[in-house]
Design a protein around this ligand. Structure first.
Ligand code: SF4
Length: 245
């Protein structure tokens, strides 16, 4: 299985190249900058990535961007401000992200964690090491595996791969047997396929998202896909179509 995981990465990266996730939102637009690969994230950027990772739960990234823009316009993207939010009022600002009452509570819980456990120093998780930092984030109400790993990978540059719905869908269609295994099990399969490399994990995840959004959609466009030569789903579709002719 490791060979398939490596081959998918090579093909995706060859086609899409660097995506430079996680973007920073300015004036309603996303900025994906190559310099993100070369320097550490600022405290402001880490906070924005944390909030964005919560806002994009169960919704598209475009909706999360609208909510981040609303927060920025209203001056809510600072820890001081977030600590003082009234959840009802705040939920209206992030309405476009959906599940806004719940997300408002989650963002409040995350803000309290940053205040109580990290003494308001958003960058401090970088000093704990991956395992401890992950354990701490997972202790926050509303932060699950995918959200925690997105924050750790893109905010703190820890080498940890993010498993999301696109990963599972594409892996399973191509023929990765454990595509719907438990989160950590599938994550270990990817980790075991490469030396720890946060840029590779960032780009692999971002490239999978790109493929999942553009080609390997719910209704996949296999005829346009550069992975069709190695994809079980595409091969069985072709075989079925040939049988019918
Ligand atoms: S060939 Fe089809 S099913 Fe396979 S990865 Fe590409 S779009 Fe998805």
């Amino acid at each position: 299985m490791q060979k398939i995981i490596q081959d998918i990465y090579e093909k995706l990266f060859g086609e899409f190249g660097y995506q430079n996730w996680w973007p920073i939102v300015r004036d309603g637009k996303c900025y994906y900058e190559a310099e993100f690969r070369k320097r550490k994230r600022s405290r402001e950027e880490i906070l924005e990535i944390m909030i964005g990772a919560v806002l994009t739960q169960n919704t598209s990234w475009d909706n999360a961007v609208k909510a981040i823009s609303g927060m920025k316009k209203a001056g809510f993207l600072s820890l001081d401000k977030l600590l003082s939010i009234d959840e009802d009022g705040f939920s209206r600002i992030i309405k476009e992200s959906g599940y806004y009452m719940q997300k408002s509570k989650k963002i409040k819980a995350l803000s309290l964690f940053l205040h109580d456990e990290l003494c308001d120093d958003v960058s401090a998780l970088s000093g704990y090491g991956l395992d401890k930092a992950r354990e701490m984030l997972l202790s926050v109400w509303g932060i699950g595996n995918e959200t925690a790993d997105s924050i750790l990978l893109y905010g703190y540059y820890y080498p940890v791969f993010v498993i999301d719905a696109y990963t599972r869908r594409i892996f399973s269609r191509i023929g990765v047997e454990d595509a719907y295994a438990a989160y950590e099990e599938l994550q270990s399969l990817v980790h075991d396929s490469f030396k720890p490399d946060r840029i590779k994990y960032q780009e692999y995840h971002a490239d999978l998202v790109m493929l999942g959004k553009s080609i390997c959609r719910k209704e996949p466009l296999c005829g346009e896909c550069f992975l069709s030569f190695m994809c079980c789903f595409a091969k069985s579709r072709t075989a079925y179509a040939q049988k019918r002719t």
